[in-house]
Ligand binder design. Sequence first.
Ligand code: FMN
Length: 206
Amino acid sequence: MEKEAFFKIQYGLYLLTCREGSRVNGCIINTCMQITEDPYRILFALSDSTYTAELLRVGEACNVSVLSTKAPYEMYRHFGYQSGRDVDKFAGRDDPCDALGLPYPGNGEACVTICGTVSAIIPCGTHSVYVVSVKEARILSNDPAVTYEEYHRSIKPKKPLQAASDTSKKGYVCRVCGYVYEGDTLPPDYTCPICHHGADSFEEIK
Ligand SMILES: Cc1cc2nc3c(=O)[nH]c(=O)nc-3n(C[C@H](O)[C@H](O)[C@H](O)COP(=O)(O)O)c2cc1C
């Protein structure tokens, strides 16, 4: 298996938000696409281990906002590299809400916002695919949507955050979020406790 082959698949980047009672949360996803037009349906894939998935399975409504090239790295760090189980990601933010009462990025970080309700959940091992019946779709700006390729090329910091400052550690660093696993051997089934990417996303600290 040449894992670099999968890097050639093109994606956008999105902020997925949901609400269950008084609990509101959101995370970054790159896996979203439209499936039908009549009626409008989209789908996305989400790790079952995320807090967002936990809320979504109860709350059913969700918002998927298409991030633009204006979204700063801080947006990805805030929503994509930490869990709502540990931090209230919407505390101190003043985001507007969509027709279903879900927050979407209100500071120019998104160019489109779409909300709807989950109509099917397809389990796929570590992740599930969610089919969403769209209730509302709105254009927020004419800024271009960011691509996953552009995120890796010019938004994500080049050096892993922690490894860059601590090269004395023996271990492995997560290429996605910079988390450092200390030890001689990385277990093949290891999952990053910060961003939930698997052992494939780690590289040895030389
Ligand atoms: C660029 C980027 C793309 C991501 N894409 C996905 C994705 O498609 N599916 C997914 O489950 N997690 C994805 N993640 C990871 C989640 O955003 C991350 O696990 C998040 O911390 C989950 O937060 P939560 O526990 O509050 O739901 C991505 C993260 C980043 C930074």
